[in-house]
Design a protein around this ligand. Structure first.
Ligand code: ATP
Ligand code: MG
Length: 458
């Protein structure tokens, strides 16, 4: 295995940084993730440089550089459009909070390799000589597709609990196995994952599920390592929750979710979390009705739960609202054949419609495989696409107020009704719409005054 320096601006920038340090008598090596990715023929996310030059020297050598973590020896260096992290070889000491070392000392490349998490992440590449420097048998593990801690796994996970999640992330996204002693150490330490900040957990969890080829297998890996229960107890609770075999021949709610996750193609964060959480409302709503399991209201219960989980993990409000909408609406598909044209058109115009469709498609693929509702909506979409985009409403809120309605929700209701009349083709223009509304308002007023009289009688 060897490394060809890519012909990208970033790689050339990283060569320039190393070259400059080299010309000044220092060692400068590409380090960690970028070496791993280049050996795997994957484009690196970023290039990190490790050196024996101390931060003050790095700051002096590069114009515009910034000391971001000077006590840790990290300096950010700008070259053209790109920023590079240049870190002095270091050894970390006295981890106390299960995440950060209390102090670091500057040292040589070998010790710097030894502080890194996994062997495949602990290699260096010298762009000056094209030599790969591997103190930890990282190359062998890369060939064997193995995630193995550098050093004693129990010690390494106790130092920094974030590594508990990095291991399954690399295993899932690279399609590697976790070496048995490393996996056992994760299982022993899994509950400590709760001590890591939610932002870190969110980032790792999202990357694991969104970047894995098979997000369902990634979820099962997290579970087999004992990480699912502390992270997402609501998802763990789907295991063993039976459902009617005529709709779900595949098995329990967890198995169904895993199948759906595995069927996703280049998923977004929103799709991934919609799939993951779409049925979490089933266990809490499950009742056995004779022989048959029922889950009344599971979509809205699940949407409320998803909202809480995503708030707990500090996702953005937009992400939360989108996932909430997809989960809350996922049973609407059963009714598409009975929906009015105007309702369908409005739904299809909703910003979350494509996401809802994909969630529904996966829901079918991960169970009975019947795509009738999906196909019906695809046809309707084609039909509506041939029609002009949704027209401007003829009747607006001010019109309704002029007609004597002052209560907010009631204005909304009549505006909605006017638009429905327009889209359904029941009225031909604005005047007809207003006239029809007037008639319906009069009928409504009569019946409500009748009701009041009835109530008074009672
Ligand atoms: P990617 O950037 O693709 O997520 P990466 O391996 O580059 O993967 P980074 O978080 O960018 O990961 O870290 C760069 C390098 O720093 C890693 O390759 C590893 O050598 C080291 N490293 C990162 N996080 C840790 C950690 N928690 N414990 C020990 N070493 C770490
Ligand atoms: Mg990186």
């Amino acid at each position: 295995m060897s490394i060809q320096i890519p012909d990208s601006d970033e790689a050339l920038g990283a060569c320039r940084v190393a070259e400059r340090l080299h010309q000044n008598g220092f060692t400068a090596l590409w380090a960690g993730g970028c070496v791993r990715d280049l050996l795997l023929n994957r484009p690196p996310i970023d290039y990190d440089i490790a050196t024996n030059a101390h931060p003050e020297t790095v700051l002096k050598l590069f114009k515009g550089s910034l000391a971001t973590g000077k006590s840790f020896g990290v300096v950010r260096v700008p070259i053209d459009e790109h920023w590079f992290e240049v870190a002095t070889f270091r050894k970390d000491h006295d981890y106390q909070d299960g995440r950060h070392p209390e102090r670091v000392t500057f040292t040589d490349a070998r010790h710097d390799a030894e502080r890194r998490d996994f062997t495949i992440n602990a290699m260096f590449f010298d762009p000056h000589t094209s030599e790969i420097i591997d103190y930890v048998q990282g190359m062998q593990d890369l060939k064997d597709k193995i995630i193995r801690c550098v050093g004693d796994p129990a010690t390494r996970f106790a130092e920094d609990h974030l590594r508990l999640l990095r291991a399954p992330r690399f295993a899932s996204t690279l399609n590697f196995e976790i070496e048995p002693l490393t996996a056992q150490a994760i299982r022993n330490d899994a509950d400590n994952i709760e001590r890591i900040s939610v932002e870190r957990i969110r980032t790792e969890l999202t990357r694991t599920l969104c970047e894995a080829d098979k997000a369902g297998d990634a979820l099962m890996l997290l579970d087999s390592l004992g990480l699912l229960k502390p992270l997402l107890p609501e998802v763990k609770a789907m295991q063993g929750q039976e459902q009617p075999p005529e709709f779900h021949p595949e098995g329990d709610v967890f198995v169904h979710t895993v199948l759906m996750l595995n069927s996703m193609e280049s998923p977004t964060l929103e799709l991934t979390f919609s799939v993951l959480l779409h049925d979490i409302g089933k266990p809490p709503t499950a009742v056995l009705d004779g022989e048959r399991w029922r889950f009344n209201g599971h979509a809205s219960v699940g949407a409320d739960m998803a909202r809480k989980i995503m708030q707990r993990l500090r996702f953005s409000n937009d992400q939360i609202d989108t996932v909430d909408a997809a989960i809350r609406g996922h049973m609407r598909f059963m009714d598409v054949g009975r929906m009015r044209r105007a309702t369908l058109r409005r739904w299809m115009g909703a910003p979350t419609f494509d996401l809802e469709m994909e969630l529904h498609r996966l829901d079918c693929v991960g169970s009975h495989s019947k795509l009738d509702h999906y196909d019906f909506l695809c046809d309707a979409q084609k039909e509506f696409a041939a029609e002009p985009v949704l027209p401007e409403p003829w009747v607006n809120g001010k019109d309704i107020i002029r007609m004597g309605i002052s209560n907010g929700p009631t204005i909304g209701k009549w505006k909605h009704r006017a638009y429905e009349l327009q889209l359904d083709g029941q009225v031909a223009n604005r005047d007809e719409a207003l006239a029809q509304l007037r008639r319906e308002m009069d009928v409504a007023a009569d019946s409500s005054s009748l009701n009041e009289q009835e109530n008074r009688k009672v």
